[in-house]
Structure formats: C-alpha cells, structure tokens
Design a protein around this ligand. Sequence first.
Ligand SMILES: C[S@@+](CC[C@H](N)C(=O)[O-])C[C@H]1O[C@@H](n2cnc3c(N)ncnc32)[C@H](O)[C@@H]1O
Length: 285
Amino acid sequence: MSGGSNDYMLSRGFAANGRTTLQHYLFKDGLNYLLHPCIPTDHPHLRIADIGVGTGIWLIELARMLPASTQLDGLDVSFAQCPPKEWLPANISFITQDILAEPPSSLVGTYDIIHVQLFITILRDGNPVPMLQNLMKMLKPGGYIQWAEWDVNTWEITRVASAPSQSNTELEDLREWISTLGKTKPGPSFISSGWITRLPTTFAENGLSSVVVDRQKFAPEIATLLLDTWMMASQEISTNVLDKVGGGKGDVARELIEKVGRNRSNTAFNLQRVVTIGRKSPWSA
Ligand SMILES: C[S@@+](CC[C@H](N)C(=O)[O-])C[C@H]1O[C@@H](n2cnc3c(N)ncnc32)[C@H](O)[C@@H]1O
C-alpha cells in the first residue's frame, strides 16, 4: 500500500499550499456544499473528522457554518501546509495519524461524520478497502462517510472552436507522460483510478448503506482555472517523482507543461467530481 508521508508525490511549499487551497474552492464550485445535504448536521455536539487536511481550508470553512460546540478534527501525517493552530477556531484540533495504519483506541467509534477528499495520488495501488476499514472503525454507529474524488475516467479535452485541433496535443502528451512516469510504467496510468468508479459498491460491501452518489462536471468557465491547478500539481510531480526516476524525465514534463500553458487560452480539460456518501448501521458495533 502506498501513502506514507515518505512517498507523498505532491509538495508542501507555498506554491503547493496556494494550489491546494484553490483546488478546494474549485472542487466545491457548483456543488455548493461542504457536506452533502443528505448528511444531518443539526446536532449541536457533532464530532467530525477531515482525513488528509491539506491546508486545513475545508475545516476552516466548515467551522464557520456549524455551532462552536461541534468538534472538528483534522487527521494527517503532516500539518506543514496549515495555518498556526493559535489562529484557528478553538474547536479545530489536529491529530497526527497515518490513515493507512490501525486507528488507536482513542479514535475508535469517535466520529459522527468522516470526510475524505482527493486521495487519488495516495491510494495509488487502487485498493481503498484497508483505509475504508480504518474509517469504519473510527465511525460511530449511524455515522456517515463522505468521500470525494476526481473521476479521472471521465477526463475529456475541451477546446474553443478556433483552437488548432491537430497541433496542440501537449495536454494529452503531458497526461500520458505523468501517468506512465515518463513511459517507465505501463499505461494507462501507474495511479489506479477504477476504485473511484467502484467506490459506491465498495461502500456497500464494507457495511455502509443508504449510499448516495453525486457526480458533476466542472462549469466550463472554470475549466481553465482547474487546468492551472493540474499543471501546478504536474510540476510538483515532475520534481518530486520524475526527476528521481532520472534520464531527464522531469525536464520533459516541464517542457510539456510550458507548451500546455501556451495553449491555455484555447484548450483545457474537464472531468466529473464524484462524491460518495454512505451510512454505518446504527445497530453496528
Ligand atoms: C492531495 S492532499 C488533499 C488535501 C485536502 N483533502 C483537499 O482536498 O484539498 C492529500 C492530503 O493527505 C495527506 N496524507 C497523505 N498520506 C496520508 C496518510 N497516509 N494518512 C493521512 N493523511 C495523509 C497529505 O499530507 C495531504 O494533506
């Protein structure tokens, strides 16, 4: 299983922090919720966990919408991207926890709601079950899991009508270069993504019921901004991963990124966000 802090593919510097925060705002654009409306949030003493907090922006926003009596916990292997704890609302706590490891007894049966967003680069082996089982242990009976990902299987290139359709293939070339680690791994991608499409079934097989799926593409007017965040993430991967593969593979990626940037005014991509929600039985242990 991939995912410990040592093989994290993305960066934690200021540019990556800006990219992660923008990604959060784009992700919820058009969805218009942090927690799907099927999840009840009217109890004043909910305990909610965000797994893999990034810059902490999801927790910061949620804290503004729920009563101060709600306890909001961020679980992560690193909080380097987050603001100082003393500037955060008092009901936000950070707990260092590798979500791929067995949860300690202090976290078992603790949460009413668990939120996960964008673990695609972490669960690279395509098996979300060990992580899901850990989440199930941390959930109270009757609690909810909301798991949001990009469904990269729905990726499609979009071009303005006047775009040169034959010549600007760099976006597809870059996607292929990144996803095959500079053609050192067999395609279509060394990052598995079929598990994202199957997540509703996996939820049901692991004891979650009342499964709800919300799939939505991004609005065309923000596709270019989404492309920006994707190019920034590609740049992070070019340094953190491809440069280590060697043979100038990181340089090739950066040249392609440069070319994709030149066509930013006419070419982007779109894909569906898929949000999967499930409920643990109120009668389970
Ligand atoms: C791609 S970021 C997503 C951040 C945030 N959820 C968002 O949507 O913007 C992944 C986050 O997961 C964290 N992470 C990586 N491996 C982890 C692990 N094994 N256990 C817990 N968190 C992990 C990273 O430190 C990072 O904060």
